[in-house]
Design a protein around this ligand. Structure first.
Ligand code: SF4
Length: 336
């Protein structure tokens, strides 16, 4: 068992994990909320180190990251487990495997093997995604450090529940992140996800402070987080943090334990995008709506079409030297 990073030993063989904002105190022989970190005789260990459940090469647009090396490929990995219990999880078969089935599976893959595979696939980045990268932090951090030495960059696709200590540890080797801001109400986070809102907001602010490129995704679920008032508050919060944060508003389809809510109407996504722009955000996108106008990037200054996308495919990229070719405005993002 790999000894965990970011924990402290306490009396009576207890440990306190401070990798994520649950900050679990774990007795000998027990696991934390994520189900993949176990106290064995007063030492906390990761049960998923080098146990990769998914590894694919994806377009970076799938993360989604729209302002980070557009058109490039991202070698994407995950282990099982998550520190959230979202009723609408789209990857519950792997993220909730330890909680629902008390099982931990994964193919043995060392950081060296992951980096080698990433290079072989032609990817420019490694994405830690599909489940929650925080809970396989030891594997992610060791891989990220090695990846940087080999000229790759690293991306987290995360629920944003990591602790500040976790972000401070990884940020020199973390280049981009897409964080889910699942709602703007603590009630939603408690009831639907088994978590709290404030730690996620703290993560968004910390990532900006540490200089990590940040994009945000919100999955709109009819009747649960799509009221005009809530979306106004959420988008104002993002715009106050930085109007250049790209906000992805994604369409929900019934899944996992949330089968009685309807799919999000396209008009709701469109209205949410309008609210985002009204709040002052400059780049607001639609997700899970292939062919929608909201997949494209337009210059925030002159409205020129800069990136023409269809689904996860970039059909045209007109950005040159970080700038709009028509008006010369600098376009926020990581372009090369
Ligand atoms: S990662 Fe989070 S959920 Fe898992 S043991 Fe640590 S504090 Fe608890």
């Amino acid at each position: 068992m790999k000894e965990a990073y970011l924990y402290e030993k306490q009396e009576h063989d207890r440990v306190r994990c401070f990798l994520c904002s649950h900050r679990c105190v774990i007795k000998d022989g027990e696991k934390g909320i994520c189900g993949v970190r176990e106290n064995q005789g007063g030492t906390l260990g990761s049960l998923v180190y080098e146990r990769v459940i998914a590894a694919h090469t994806d377009p970076i647009e799938k993360k989604p990251l729209f302002h980070f090396l557009p058109g490039s490929r991202s070698y994407s990995i995950a282990t099982v487990g998550c520190n959230f219990r979202c009723l609408f999880c789209q990857n519950a078969d792997i993220s909730q495997m330890p909680a629902d089935h008390r099982r931990i599976f994964g193919e043995e893959m060392s950081p060296e093997m992951i980096v080698r595979e990433a290079i072989r696939s032609g990817a420019e980045t490694i994405a830690y995604t599909y489940t929650e990268p925080t809970i396989y932090f030891e594997l992610a951090l060791d891989t990220a450090r090695l990846a940087v030495k080999e000229g790759l960059r690293n991306i987290f696709v995360s629920n944003g529940y990591m602790s500040r200590e976790c972000l401070e540890e990884i940020h020199p080797d973390l280049h981009g992140a897409n964080i889910d801001l699942k709602a703007f109400s603590d009630r939603f986070y408690k009831k639907q996800c088994g978590a709290r809102l404030d730690p996620v907001l703290n993560t968004l602010a910390t990532l900006k402070e540490l200089g990590v490129w940040l994009e945000v995704t919100t999955l709109l679920i009819p009747g649960l987080n799509d009221s005009e008032e809530e979306l106004r508050m959420l988008s104002r919060y993002l715009a106050d943090l930085d109007p250049d944060i790209p906000w992805h508003i994604s369409r929900f389809h019934p899944t996992y334990k949330l089968l009685d809510a309807p799919s999000t109407p396209a008009e709701t996504i469109s209205r949410a995008r309008d609210l985002g722009y009204e709040a002052g955000l400059r780049y607001v996108y639609s997700g899970n709506l292939p062919g929608d106008e909201g997949e494209k990037t337009f210059c925030h200054h002159c409205g020129e079409l800069l990136l023409d996308r269809f689904g996860f495919t970039v059909r045209k990229n007109k950005i040159r030297d970080h700038r709009c070719p028509k008006c010369g405005e600098s376009i926020p993002g990581v372009w090369e």
